[in-house]
Design a protein around this ligand. Structure first.
Ligand code: PQQ
Length: 259
């Protein structure tokens, strides 16, 4: 190769090297955290919810639809565990299932997140039959949640662990509800908000574990990029849920159809 050709190839090689360079963990984590801009906290329906702009039936609709997510989270976590061959990791992961399903009366009286969400439903005066039958759940919500469970069933458990990292952004959305709802929605019994309070420390613990898994598993730049793509996929699930809820329960919904 002539000298001038070699000089021209060098920037291309440098660019290729840059594309393959492993991000150090701080940079990788910063890139994961930068995905916050796609979090459903920025969705118009969530903004209306947290600014007190929704009518009671729309709050009930959100609670009813989100319940489908809540009941499927421990099924998703069971799928993650079924794909994990590491006993120490399973011992940690099982806590996520118990957080939602509860520990049962023989181990303290922690009723768990699903029960706690049903108290939220009570506080917003959602009929328990409507809650448990999922009769207000929109097709788009069902598809989105099912896609999350199926992802955890079909992919390596480390990928599923990474998909749970949207929880990095959840403490703020829970804190917003705790701070705003008592004055914005005085008709909601504040006892019903306990679920949101309970999730803040649990989400923080889950994220520490999830980041540990991501750090260990993402040993190549390709895997790091895959982790970002997985996080985008999960953010899309949460976003699609709110799209479906917003569309299904418009401000002028006929009275007879309102939850
Ligand atoms: O209210 C929310 O906005 C919100 C978001 C998320 C999330 O970001 O995935 C979770 C939760 N709540 C939540 O309560 C919860 O238990 C939970 C588990 C997971 C998960 O992916 O395993 N995400 C979330």
């Amino acid at each position: 190769m002539t000298a001038s050709l070699a000089n021209r190839a060098r920037p291309r090689e440098a660019a290729r090297d840059e594309l393959q360079r492993l991000w150090d963990f701080d940079e990788f984590e910063a890139r994961l955290r930068a995905c916050e801009s796609r979090y459903h906290i920025h969705h118009r329906f969530n903004q209306r919810l947290n600014h007190g702009e929704l009518q009671p039936f729309q709050v009930r609709a959100w609670v009813a639809n989100r319940f489908y997510y809540q009941v499927n989270i421990p099924r998703k976590d069971a799928a993650v565990m079924s794909n994990c061959d590491d006993r120490a990791e399973r011992r940690r992961w099982i806590l996520r299932m118990l957080d939602h399903d509860g520990h049962g009366s023989h181990v303290g009286d922690d009723a768990g997140g699903i029960e706690s969400w049903s108290r939220l439903a009570q506080a917003v005066a959602l009929d328990p039959l409507d809650l448990w039958s999922h009769r207000h759940v929109q097709p788009g919500v069902r598809f989105a949640v099912d896609a999350y469970v199926n992802f955890a069933r079909q992919r390596p458990w480390e990928e599923a662990a990474i998909s749970s990292l949207t929880e990095m952004f959840a403490p703020r959305i829970h804190a917003d509800r705790l701070a705003g709802w008592p004055t914005l929605y005085p008709w909601i019994d504040v006892e019903g908000l306990a679920y949101f309070r309970s999730r803040i420390p649990l989400a923080t613990r889950d994220v520490e574990h999830g980041l540990e898994v991501a750090r260990r598993w993402c040993t190549t730049r390709a895997r790091q990029e895959r982790a970002i793509a997985i996080l985008h996929f999960k953010l899309d699930i949460l976003w699609a849920m709110l799209d479906a809820i917003e569309r299904g329960f418009p401000d002028d919904m006929p009275l007879a159809q309102r939850p």
